[in-house]
Write a protein that binds this ligand. Structure first.
Ligand SMILES: Nc1ncnc2c1ncn2[C@@H]1O[C@H](COP(=O)(O)OP(=O)(O)OP(=O)(O)O)[C@@H](O)[C@H]1O
Length: 660
């Protein structure tokens, strides 16, 4: 034990005790005992993926991974696959915390994903082996209700407070049969359990908006998964990106969750020694094989017995990584370190005793009784279905959340408001009172104004999506992977809450530009004008959403979407009048939404106006209603495409073990 020295500065006693528990830890609840205890056992897990093998046309060996001589089909097949996990067995018992450690590429995340049933399906990927839950082969329906997965990325909405984030998670993930007050009570319990009391009213924030610290953010991410009161918690590198103090904070919170009866399995990269000491069990991986599995505190002794001794005063985690990493800096070092890893792996495999699949976690009857007493109202049977609450409830909660976010997105709202005011006044000044003049050239230039308005609304709609939607999409992807809600309820709630915002900006734009330019002065013409530019904006937003979902990343989407808009502009009927297009390409205008928007605006403005009939000769033969209906149909098609892409192309799809 180190003695604690006291220094006095300005009358204040200052101490530093390296063994002292963090203040934060004292906030943690010790009363929330967990009754549903889960033992997880896995046997002989393997995971392999196909790899591309380059064949050299001249010589099969040159630059190739395939040897000269023709191989037997099964061996050639084996060479075409990469085995990421090679027969991994292990266990995680209730009330304990297991660390999965190893160098980069050792297979930690792959193992965690396989245990959690979250390996993304990829073409040709195969997984085999068995996973047992309290002695029974894993049943996904049961497993899903007992387990939660905390991803490495803490993607959350920046504009929600900590308490709101957890509350929405509870309202969406807990069954409709549970009273709202109970859900809110559970949120308060999680806030207490994770030591988030001091920041519960603070915005989560992002790299742009100031918010909570990295450690608090991670704890909120964990809390979001804790709302269903899972017995089993998987975490992928929960300390990545945190300074060592915050990392310790997070891991202390997890330790408490384990002490309360949960089973915690976490991958971790280079933990400081005080964090390492928090783990009960350790699984060391290298090159997809187990190097050690057992009590974390015995690992150093185990390696000493193999004649690999840790230097004194050395962080055990650093020692394991040094010992088990393959060093690629030279061929000689690589061969040497590979041989060492192989030796250690063989030694472990030779002495490893088979693990019993049966549950060992003896139910803590005393703790269970305490919980029954304190918490009986909080114990709710989760629904058998994939989603915990009905469609309308999901829709209502998602609409409330989206409306709240819509009002709080200050930077995006400010930028859009600025853009609307700037362009409407600019257009208004350039063509001030043009509509009130009667000469042919001035009336013809009105067509140009209408076309420019369509361009402006199209790009405005697109930019509103390109910069904001990618973050939303990643949050939604993560929430859907946790079966928080249906794709349809999310998509409809998004549509319902986006519309009023778009309508507001379009109405403001119209009020300024319409009267400054002097378009047809009737109320009906004005409202039709608003409707047409509103549909144009929503349509562009829908296009941008569909492309963003399809491409999956913001950069590609930002490159592709303007191409669609520019093509729509080209065939929009202003630069090239629709009748002027050659036969082979004349159909293209029918695909351009700008064509219908521009023509609808023309048919709204020119009839009954000086030179109106002459100008209308350059517009299409559809009526205003027909043009509007086509615009509306294209809008629905784009929204539907976006929905289908989100549901099927970007939906969470996970690989199952061959035996499951
Ligand atoms: N779908 C896949 N296709 C091809 N290779 C893959 C796939 N998934 C994982 N790998 C490879 O398998 C190995 C193990 O990956 P994994 O992400 O599990 O390692 P890790 O130990 O978590 O590494 P890190 O600490 O760097 O995240 C890596 O070499 C990785 O490139």
């Amino acid at each position: 034990m180190t003695s604690v020295e006291t220094v006095t500065h300005n009358g204040v006693d200052i101490t530093y005790d390296p063994n002292e528990e963090l203040d934060f830890a004292s906030e943690l609840s010790t009363s929330a005992r967990h009754t549903q205890r889960v033992d997880l056992v896995w046997k002989d897990l393997t995971l392999s993926v196909p790899v591309k093998v380059k064949r050299n046309k001249k010589s099969k060996t040159e630059g190739s991974k395939l040897p000269d001589a023709a191989l037997p089909p099964e061996e050639e097949q084996a060479q075409r696959r990469k085995t990421i996990l090679k027969g991994i067995s292990g266990e995680a018992r209730a009330g304990t915390m297991l660390a999965v450690m190893g160098s980069s590429g050792a297979g930690k995340t792959s193992l965690l994903n396989l245990l959690a049933g979250r390996v993304s399906t990829s073409k040709g990927a195969k997984a085999s082996g068995s996973v047992f839950l309290n002695g029974e082969a894993r049943n996904y329906n049961k497993f899903r209700k007992l387990a939660a997965y905390v991803l490495q990325d803490d993607d959350m909405f920046a504009e929600l407070t900590v308490e709101e984030q957890l509350t929405y998670a509870a309202l969406l993930r807990l069954p409709s049969s549970m009273p709202r007050e109970k859900k809110l009570m559970r949120v308060q319990k999680i806030i207490q359990e994770l030591g988030l009391g001091k920041v519960k009213d603070t915005m989560i924030g992002s790299h742009i908006v100031r918010g909570i610290s990295g450690g608090e953010r991670k704890r909120v991410n964990i809390g979001t998964e804790l709302v269903t009161n899972p017995s089993l918690l998987f975490l992928d590198e929960p300390t990545t990106g945190l300074d060592s103090f915050n990392a310790l904070n997070v891991m202390t919170a997890l330790r408490q969750l384990a002490l309360n009866g949960r089973t915690i399995i976490s991958t971790i990269h280079q933990p400081r020694s005080s964090i390492f000491a928090l783990f009960d069990q350790l699984c060391l991986l290298s090159e997809g094989r187990v190097m050690y599995f057992g009590p974390a505190k015995d690992a150093v002794t185990y390696f000493s017995a193999l004649n690999f001794r840790s230097p004194s005063q050395f962080n055990p985690a650093d020692f394991f990584l040094d010992l088990l990493s393959v060093d690629p800096r030279s061929a000689e070092r690589e061969a040497n370190t590979k041989a060492r890893v192989e030796y250690i792996g063989d030694k472990y495999a030779a002495q490893a005793t088979p693990i019993a699949a049966e549950a060992q976690g003896v139910p803590d009857m005393e703790a269970a009784a305490v919980e029954e007493e304190n918490d009986s109202n909080d114990k709710v049977q989760l629904r058998e279905t994939m989603f915990q609450t009905n469609w309308f409830n999901e829709f209502r909660v998602l609409c409330t959340r989206a409306m709240k976010l819509a009002f709080r997105e200050r930077a995006a709202n400010g930028a859009r408001l600025g853009q609307v005011i700037f362009f409407s006044i600019l257009l208004g000044l350039i063509w001030l009172n043009n509509g009130r003049k009667e000469s042919l050239p001035e009336r013809q230039s009105l067509a140009g104004v209408l076309f420019f308005i369509v361009i402006n609304q199209s790009f405005g709609g697109v930019f509103a999506v390109i910069f904001g939607f990618p973050l939303e999409r990643s949050v939604v992807t993560r929430e859907r992977a946790s079966n928080m809600y249906r794709t349809s309820s999310y998509f409809l709630s998004k549509t319902a809450t986006d519309l009023p915002k778009t309508l507001f900006f379009n109405t403001l734009f119209s009020i300024i530009v319409y009267w400054m330019v002097g378009f047809k002065e009737t109320a009906a013409a004005f409202f039709i004008f608003v409707l047409i530019i509103f549909l144009t904006s929503v349509l562009s937003e829908s296009l941008a959403i569909a492309v963003s979902i399809m491409t999956g990343d913001a950069q590609t989407a930002a490159g592709i979407i303007p191409v669609f808009i520019i093509l729509a502009l080209l065939f929009g009927g202003f630069f090239i009048e629709s009748g002027e297009l050659d036969g082979w390409i004349s159909w293209a205008k029918y695909l351009s939404f700008i064509f219908y928007a521009f023509n609808a605006l023309g048919h709204n403005e020119f009839p009954g106006r000086p030179h109106g009939e002459k100008i209308l000769q350059t517009f299409n033969n559809l009526t205003i209603t027909e043009n509007i209906l086509v615009l509306f149909a294209i809008l629905i098609i784009f929204r539907l495409i976006g929905y289908l892409f989100l549901k099927f192309l970007r939906g969470p799809k996970f690989l199952k073990l061959e035996s499951e």
